[in-house]
Design a protein around this ligand. Structure first.
Ligand SMILES: [Zn+2]
Length: 667
């Protein structure tokens, strides 16, 4: 038996993947009969709006390692792949594309836009699927799901109906985060805090001084609010009317006392703009005050602004201040006011709070069972500190605005304005929807799933919501473990971004070094929850390791005169048994970084450097090195599936199994 002198991943990998697909073993129904106990991972649905990035490569590697390991351990392993329409995320990507082409979504009918984005995602879906295959993912393509598949939509709708029946969704005219660029409302999670330095204006408001960074919202301010315990203003009584001169002429202000006012901030007196500020909105709700819109949804001033109507904020602000100065209403201007503002997490536009009629989901009743389940340990987090983070968020949860004013998504049934659901409303139902809840055999077999593996940044957006939805709909948690991986960084430890130009394309790396080498580089040293710098030198190191495996196998398979057994053999096999057990323990406890490193060191420094050398000296028998080789290949398989399969196929053994994939983990 002779292997070619060099291992060529480029030539081999696609053929091996094809062999796996033909074996049918990605589908748990086709596994040999020893595979009984179900094991299931639902793949986080990849956004169908671009290509596979380094983060995806990590997801595919870790989840594939888990699946292949469990399969070898005799589990009926299902890894169910999927893609996400990713609502706002995808529409943002597509709008950027339109912008580049000099087009705008606002000049298209919703139907035209939907059709174009649909075609765009169809193309991406095919790309992504082939890229996932490149990573060696042993997921069951016959069960793949898309979040816009009709059965998924049906599940989403019936959940919505159930929420309605239980009084958990309601339509409310409440204050929401509005992105004037993207023309949609956003949840709190879809906004970012941005520290800015702005001017801070102290304005004369009758007998008071009010301070504001946003004079353009002040046109409609007819309520002046102070803390009921503030002695400085004790002469003013609740409901008292005060006539005063304001930006566009005389107005009558009403005194309101409310404990939300911070006595130490500014002068301790403020006027309120309930339409454009969440705190002011709450005050207005408590005192049943009028709410007036000052800025429209495009970010322009409305007729209430008088001569400034129709202007954008940036243009209007200095002009308004100029007018206030002429009227002697500006007391002073602080030039260096540092404050935190909310911006759209996609375009960094300043969020303009607006009152809008929307669908909201009451979250407190959903959070309670989730909190209980997490505390009880029905869902466990790896690393464990995520438990505290999840509980903190769930304990402080607010109602969730579900409506988005974008076309790309699942339409909200019966919504007159044509709104779609926040994409996380459907992906939050992913584990049971993807398994064909409620009636399918898969749902009965594989739910609750075993592990949800995803990025730590999705703990609120996605993981917590899946737990809440799962418990609400099925009465069970959707998964027993949550494994949180960290970010993949560039070689200098910096976050990859297009603008920095340091984005690493994982497909370039598999092309250059082979997928197995990339997978090893992604997993060794990568403890859960921490970020991982990806260095080409590290990948090169594992390419060398692949060559080492190849050369050792080649040497062993080329031995014509096979040495007799020696007295050392038993001890060596025993030692291997110990290593294999130890690695299995790591695997069972999500320490893949450690498992991978152990087999790497064993194979290179013990097996190649010592045992094979001792064989050459006549101190080890052939059967022993052959057995250690084949068992090592099995332990290596979850990490380096291609080369191990390739060598397995050349082994002169009676292959009852068609693939190393279904060989048993060595004991
Ligand atoms: Zn935006």
């Amino acid at each position: 038996m002779e292997l070619p002198s060099q291992y060529n991943p480029k030539e081999t990998e696609d053929k091996i993947y094809q062999l796996w697909q033909e074996s049918g073993f990605f589908n748990p129904d086709n596994l040999p009969s020893r595979h009984k106990k179900p094991f299931c991972i639902i793949m986080p649905p990849t956004n169908a709006n671009g290509n596979l990035h380094a983060g995806h490569a990590l997801v595919m590697t870790i989840e594939d390692i888990m699946t292949r390991y469990k399969r070898m351990q005799g589990y009926k392993a299902l890894w169910l792949p999927g893609l996400d329409h990713a609502g706002f995320e995808t529409q943002v990507v597509y709008e950027k594309k339109l912008e580049k082409e000099g087009r705008s979504r606002f000049k298209m009918t919703p139907q035209e836009l939907y059709k174009e984005i649909y075609d765009f995602t169809e193309t991406n879906k095919a790309n992504i699927e082939s890229q996932v295959k490149k990573m060696g993912a042993s997921c069951d393509w016959s069960r793949k799901k898309f979040t816009l598949d009709q059965d998924v939509i049906d599940t989403v709708y019936s959940t919505f109906e159930k929420f309605k029946k239980d009084g958990l969704v309601y339509r409310g005219k409440k204050i929401i985060n509005w992105c004037p660029k993207h023309q949609t409302s956003l949840s709190d999670l879809e906004t970012k805090d941005d520290e800015r330095t702005d001017k801070f204006y102290y304005l004369k408001y009758g007998p008071f001084t009010i301070a504001t960074a946003r004079p353009e919202t002040k046109f409609g301010d007819k309520y002046v609010v102070m803390h009921p315990k503030d002695k400085r203003y004790s002469q003013y009584k609740e409901g008292q009317k005060i006539d005063l001169e304001w930006i566009n002429g005389p107005i009558t202000a009403t005194v309101i006392k409310d404990e939300a006012i911070d006595m130490d901030f500014g002068t301790g007196v403020m006027t309120i703009t309930p339409w454009h500020d969440p705190v002011d909105f709450e005050i207005a709700q408590r005192h049943n005050l009028d709410k007036e819109q000052i800025i429209d949804f495009q970010g322009r001033l409305l007729p209430i602004a008088g001569e400034f109507a129709g202007m954008k904020i940036a243009e209007a602000r200095p002009k308004i201040i100029e007018k206030l100065q002429t009227k002697g209403l500006v007391e002073k201007i602080d030039e260096n006011y540092k404050h935190v503002v909310k911006v759209c997490y996609k375009c960094n536009s300043l969020i303009e709070p607006q009152i809008k009629e929307q669908w909201f989901l009451k979250m407190k009743p959903l959070a309670e069972p989730a909190i209980k389940a997490i505390k009880k340990g029905d869902v466990k987090f790896v690393p464990s500190h995520y438990k505290k983070i999840a509980l903190h968020w769930l304990n402080n949860i607010l109602d969730w605005p579900l409506s988005r004013q974008i076309v790309w998504g699942i339409p909200i049934p019966g919504d007159e304005s044509g709104d779609t659901f926040d994409t996380w409303f459907s992906s939050g139902q992913w584990p049971y929807a993807a398994l064909g809840y409620p009636k399918s055999k898969d749902f009965k077999t594989f739910y609750p799933t075993d592990v949800m593996e995803t990025g730590g940044d999705l703990i609120f957006f996605w993981v917590s919501r899946m737990i809440m939805f799962g418990l609400y709909n099925t009465g069970k948690v959707p998964f027993k473990y949550v494994y949180m991986h960290g970010l993949v960084l560039d070689s200098k430890g910096q976050k990859m971004s297009k603008s920095k130009g340091n984005v690493i394309n994982p497909l370039d790396l598999t092309e250059k070094f082979g997928t197995d080498a990339l997978r090893m580089a992604l997993v060794v040293g990568n403890t859960p929850g921490t970020s991982l710098p990806l260095d080409e030198n590290k990948i090169k190191g594992y390419r060398n390791f692949a060559n080492k495996i190849w050369n050792a196998s080649r040497f062993i398979l080329m031995q014509e005169e096979k040495r007799q057994a020696t007295k050392n053999d038993k001890k060596l096999l025993k030692e291997f048994e110990k290593i294999s057990k130890d690695i299995a323990k790591d695997m069972d406890n999500f320490r893949f970084y450690s498992a991978a490193e152990k087999i790497y060191h064993y194979f290179w420094h013990t097996f190649c450097d010592k045992i094979i050398e001792d064989y050459k000296k006549g101190e080890v028998g052939y059967d022993a090195i052959f057995e250690i080789l084949t068992k090592s290949l099995r332990v290596l398989h979850p990490f380096m599936p291609f080369i191990t399969e390739h060598i397995y196929q050349q082994l002169p053994i009676d292959k009852k199994q068609k693939s190393i994939m279904v060989e048993a983990w060595p004991k």
